[in-house]
Write a protein that binds this ligand. Structure first.
Ligand code: B16
Ligand code: MG
Length: 216
């Protein structure tokens, strides 16, 4: 039986994936990297900020020191934070708000397991915070998905054994992390049927048999 549902944030509850892409694209252009495109951006789904930077730099031909990389990641984050200033309830993905309400009504605990260090501001600005019991994010972790750390921390904060947690993810790295942590998984998003999740749905707005899912 599932007692807690742990949601990934970007690409599952909110549409910040497009903002990440625009911010990386702006940085790439400044570095003279013209080949960075949406296909490359898919490799950034669910992975850490520094790993995402490597995806951009791999499209160029220059080597950067660790100090330079840290400065570039900060620059991108500043672009991204600027974009987040306009974020509101409209950034919630279809079905997200209803799903959070449905789980609250059923007495299921809700956690967040996101790589993003911007998680607190995103939850606050989109009005989702009141529906979230515990948050685990890039500010809590040392390792990135597919390591299960972010979900294990969420489960610990929720007080739920891993086997009674369901992770909802849009990235292959996230589904691998859920499995590595011994959790059940629901895959959503544009690649939902290729993620290797236990159950999949195009989005949270799709017909999802929650009775069956929560009985897993
Ligand atoms: P930040 P998620 C992830 O969010 C994004 O999918 C990924 O593209 C980003 O690099 C990562 O957060 C770190 O985000 O730069 O804001 O700390 O899918 O794990 O909710
Ligand atoms: Mg995601």
């Amino acid at each position: 039986m599932i007692k807690s549902v742990i949601f990934d944030l970007d690409g599952v509850l909110v549409s910040t994936d497009e903002l990440h892409y625009q911010a990386w694209k702006k940085l790439a252009a400044e570095l003279g990297i013209t080949g960075f495109n949406r296909e490359d951006n898919e490799k950034q789904r669910g992975v850490s900020r520094m790993a995402s930077l490597e995806v951009v730099l791999a499209k160029g031909d220059r080597q950067y020191t660790n100090e330079e990389k840290a400065a570039l990641a900060e620059k991108k984050n500043n672009y991204y934070k600027e974009m987040l200033k306009d974020l509101d309830e409209r950034a919630a993905l279809p079905g997200a708000a209803n799903t959070l309400k449905l789980l609250r009504e059923r007495g299921i605990l809700v956690g967040i397991g996101s790589a993003s260090k911007n998680t607190p501001v995103i939850l606050e600005k989109t009005g989702m915070l009141p529906y979230i019991d515990k948050v685990s994010c890039g500010l809590d972790t040392m390792k990135s998905k597919p390591d299960p750390e972010v979900f294990l921390i969420a489960a610990k904060k929720l007080g739920t054994p891993a086997g009674e947690c369901l992770v909802v993810e849009d990235s292959a790295a996230g589904i691998q992390a859920a499995k590595a942590g011994g959790m059940k998984s629901l895959g959503v998003g544009p690649y939902y049927n290729t993620l290797g999740a236990d159950v999949c749905a195009a989005s949270l707005a799709a017909e999802i048999d929650w009775d069956k899912l929560l009985a897993m």
